[in-house]
Design a protein around this ligand. Structure first.
Ligand SMILES: NC(=O)c1ccc[n+]([C@@H]2O[C@H](COP(=O)([O-])OP(=O)(O)OC[C@H]3O[C@@H](n4cnc5c(N)ncnc54)[C@H](OP(=O)(O)O)[C@@H]3O)[C@@H](O)[C@H]2O)c1
Length: 258
């Protein structure tokens, strides 16, 4: 990383890389910790040496889901699985390595690229008549494009205010889509929007309980994030999750990615 930083001479570093397979992490803890703890540790260390700001993406899964209202940045973290623990450790490393950091926790991320819940639903919706989706886990879907915009807004503020008197409020922030939903309701919204583009085969979206869909990793039942601090500090407003979902699905269909 030190070599790369001196070769490319960036003005700041953004880390969006992570080991993100929540279930597989349970059987591959060493790899999950290497990527999610040691990776950011190395990156933040290299940034500290080069005096570069570091923006790092983290997750709602650092929380255990026992709270009844959206989590704020200073709430107790208590991850349930290996993935969450490895991300928590990554956050800790970043904080200890450099003051000039922004840790941005987000949740239920989807977009046109890569594998994500929305793209999985679009595939299943074409293949199956009926699907079962968990309806007792609550959270906030977040469009990767919206998150990218938030990251770039912060990056611009950092870059345009490098003077000695400028004040960037370094630290940990939450950013996610506005509104709380369940995976089941999220899936229904996906099919509602996708159905306007293409005939979906799926007719029945059955709500099921987490206990009826056992997975290797435990997930928080409630992981909504309160995003008031990022608005107060950087003027970044969240967007209603349904509106962003429509934009993303329209983009997916218009670019023939599905
Ligand atoms: N997905 C969610 O619902 C969610 C929720 C909350 C927070 N987050 C956080 O958001 C960030 C982005 O997640 P995502 O969902 O976009 O994940 P993703 O689609 O799995 O992308 C992760 C990226 O990390 C890269 N990567 C993995 N291991 C690497 C390594 N050792 N060296 C370099 N690159 C490596 C992967 O590269 P390859 O493509 O080459 O494998 C991939 O491009 C992560 O910090 C994640 O923890 C995600």
């Amino acid at each position: 990383m030190e070599k790369a930083l001196s070769a490319y001479k960036p003005v700041l570093l953004i880390n969006a890389a992570a080991y993100t397979n929540v279930d597989k992490a349970e059987s591959e803890p060493a790899l999950a910790f290497a990527v999610n703890r040691d990776g950011p540790d190395n990156l933040a260390g290299a940034c500290a040496k080069a005096n570069l700001p570091f923006i790092h993406i983290s997750t709602d899964y650092v929380f255990d889901g026992q709270k009844k209202s959206p989590y704020i940045e200073t709430d107790q973290i208590s991850p349930l699985g290996v993935y969450g623990k490895s991300k928590e450790q990554g956050e800790k490393m970043v904080r200890s390595r450099t003051e000039k950091h922004i840790i941005l926790r987000t949740s239920w991320l989807y977009g046109m690229h890569g594998n994500n819940f929305v793209k999985t639903m679009l595939r299943l919706g074409r293949e199956k008549m009926a699907i079962r989706v968990v309806s007792d886990q609550y959270g906030c879907p977040t469009s990767a494009a919206d998150l990218a915009e938030a990251v770039l807004t912060i990056a611009d503020l950092i870059i345009s205010a490098p003077g000695i008197n400028s004040k960037i409020n370094w630290g940990t922030y939450h950013y996610c889509g506005q509104g709380i939903t369940t995976w089941h309701e999220f899936a229904e919204a996906v099919f509602d929007i996708a159905g306007r583009h293409d005939a979906m085969k799926v007719e029945k979206i059955e709500p099921i309980k987490t206990v009826d869909y056992p997975t290797p990793a435990k997930r928080p039942f409630f992981s909504a994030l309160d995003c008031s601090l990022i608005e107060k500090s950087f003027g970044i407003k969240t967007k209603p999750w349904q509106e962003s979902l429509k934009v993303a699905i329209d983009r997916i269909f218009n670019s023939n990615i599905v």
